[in-house]
Design a protein around this ligand. Structure first.
Ligand code: ADP
Ligand code: G6P
Length: 483
């Protein structure tokens, strides 16, 4: 029976070796959390990196690792420390990530990174070939693996291959600065279907294909000599039911079952019932605009001092890519900013910012989503931003205000949120005031629309639409003969 092979750098779990043996911890990030829901319901095999390098893996543990991954429907690609350095910390996260998020000045064009990226993409392609059959459908994910579609196509010319990019595709003017731009496009064109979160990313991609490769592009079809490639936008949804049900269960649970985290949040509410909780959750990444958000918060408190002691900002930042210098600098900047703002503005009764630098279990994420009056998400660029959608899904009584950057892909579908430009402090200060004072009826009216849309266009529908388009392409595709 033919199956679907999902392939991404990050698997839904990361393995770690500690004193007690092997542990699997859930991965953080939109790709992993979104695809986990798709994967758990089906017959797919998910291939990716286990989180352990070859050097960290004693030979005696190999079988145990394979079995641990098998439990999650996964199989591993073996990578060395050098691979991870050049491919993951290097080309993926010091070249492509900053470039595609419009941080051109952070992007490093290192030949060594590029060579390792090519070699590691070949390892992923080889793993697909080894673990799949001719009739299987291959679904490749994200910017770490952009050469994989063409590498698989060379060995399996008739296999159905889809590719989905979870981050923005930048405008041609940005993309053209990449020394290996043609190779990246050619790698992606090994696919039958290429998907993006938004129409804008799709348009940028088509423009680069036309201008850099000189290929024929008509609407959203790209014509090669012998194949037609479809390009389309598929905004990724969330597992709406999972978040809604978790929020309902959370509200129904008895006092004794509350987590320590929730107890702390409840105590806070009880001692200061008029204080509004403003929440932000992100990986600690410069694309998320965390430092600017902190500055904007200080600006807000200075512009509207009547809200001192009446609001609290919770910043939950998940450690991410901490070997990359820009992330280390950002961590330092945020630590200092939080320290300075709290130092300058705190009173005996009030600390304006609660800052957590860690990953939290799902249960605590729900605690935070359900306890916060406002979610404030200010990415400077974000392919989608699922946190915005998750916050809305957990608001079972339909209250709560979402303030969302217009630079996030999710803003295209979330017009009823309060959309802001993260660079405009004046606008953000006024929007925060508006959110704090927004009447309950208005909150409910806005969230009703948002929830209906998120419930309808959930992650399962997203995956089905992508796979449906890929299957239609497979069934309908006659060999194309160029004129
Ligand atoms: P990105 O993919 O860039 O990290 P998204 O907002 O699209 O951004 O996805 C982040 C995902 O990671 C969400 O599904 C969110 O629930 C999860 N997540 C974020 N912060 C944490 C945390 N501290 N602990 C656990 N999971 C988290
Ligand atoms: C974003 C990317 C994913 C990545 C995730 C977490 O969502 O699109 O591909 O997995 O961030 O980043 P990490 O580097 O930890 O995998």
């Amino acid at each position: 029976m033919s199956k679907t092979i999902i392939i991404s750098n990050r698997l839904p779990v990361q393995l770690q070796i500690s004193d007690g043996g092997l542990t699997a911890i859930p991965s953080v990030g939109g790709l992993a959390t979104g695809m986990k829901s798709v994967h758990s319901g089906g017959e797919s095999l998910w291939i990716g990196w286990s989180g352990l390098t070859d050097e960290e893996t004693p030979e005696a543990l190999e079988t145990e690792i394979d079995n641990a991954l098998k439990k999650h429907g996964c199989a591993k690609v073996k990578l060395t420390e050098k691979d991870i350095e050049g491919f993951y910390f290097g080309f993926s996260n010091r070249t492509v990530w900053p470039l595609f998020h419009y941080f051109l000045e952070y992007s490093e064009f290192e030949l060594d990174f590029w060579n390792t990226y090519k070699a590691v993409n070949q390892k992923f392609a080889d793993a697909i070939i080894a673990q799949s059959d001719e009739g299987d459908t291959i679904w490749v994910h994200d910017y770490q693996l952009m050469l994989v579609p063409q590498m698989v196509r060379e060995k399996r010319p008739n296999t159905s291959i889809g590719f989905f990019l979870h981050i923005p595709f930048p405008s041609y003017e940005i993309f053209r600065t990449l020394p290996w731009r043609e190779e990246i496009l050619e790698g992606l064109l090994g696919s039958d279907l290429i998907g993006f979160h938004t129409y804008d990313y799709e348009r940028h991609f088509l423009s680069s294909v036309r201008r850099l490769l000189g290929l024929d592009v008509s609407f959203n079809d790209i014509y090669l000599d012998h194949r037609v490639i479809k390009v389309d936008s598929f905004p990724m949804g969330i597992d709406y039911k999972k978040f809604k049900d978790a929020a309902i269960a959370h509200q129904q649970s008895t006092k004794e079952k509350r987590s320590d985290f929730q107890i702390k949040l409840d105590d806070h509410k009880a001692s200061a019932p008029d204080t509004k909780l403003i929440l932000s959750i992100d990986r600690l990444d410069y694309s998320k605009g965390i430092a600017k958000r902190l500055n904007a918060f200080e600006y807000f408190l200075n512009k509207y001092p009547e809200y001192k002691e009446k609001v609290r900002l919770i910043i939950l930042a998940v450690p991410s890519r901490s070997n990359v210098p820009q992330y280390q600098l950002l961590k330092k900047e945020i630590d200092e900013l939080v320290g300075r703002i709290n130092g300058e503005l705190s009173t005996v009764n009030w600390t304006p910012i609660w800052y957590f630098y860690r990953s939290l279990p799902f249960e605590n994420l729900i605690d935070l989503y359900t306890s916060s009056d406002i979610a404030w998400l200010t990415p400077l660029r974000d392919g989608m931003n699922l946190v915005a959608k998750e916050y809305i899904a957990t608001r079972t009584d339909k209250t709560g205000v979402l303030i969302l950057s217009e630079m996030a892909g999710s803003a295209y579908e979330m017009n009823e949120a309060l959309l802001i430009n993260p660079n405009n402090f004046e606008q953000q200060a006024d929007t925060l005031k508006n959110a704090i004072t927004m009447p309950r009826e208005e909150q409910i009216a806005r969230n009703m629309f948002l929830q209906n849309r998120l419930e309808r266009y959930n992650v399962e529908v997203w995956a089905n639409e992508f796979m449906g388009a890929l299957n239609r392409k497979k069934e309908g595709s006659e060999p194309f003969v160029s004129q």
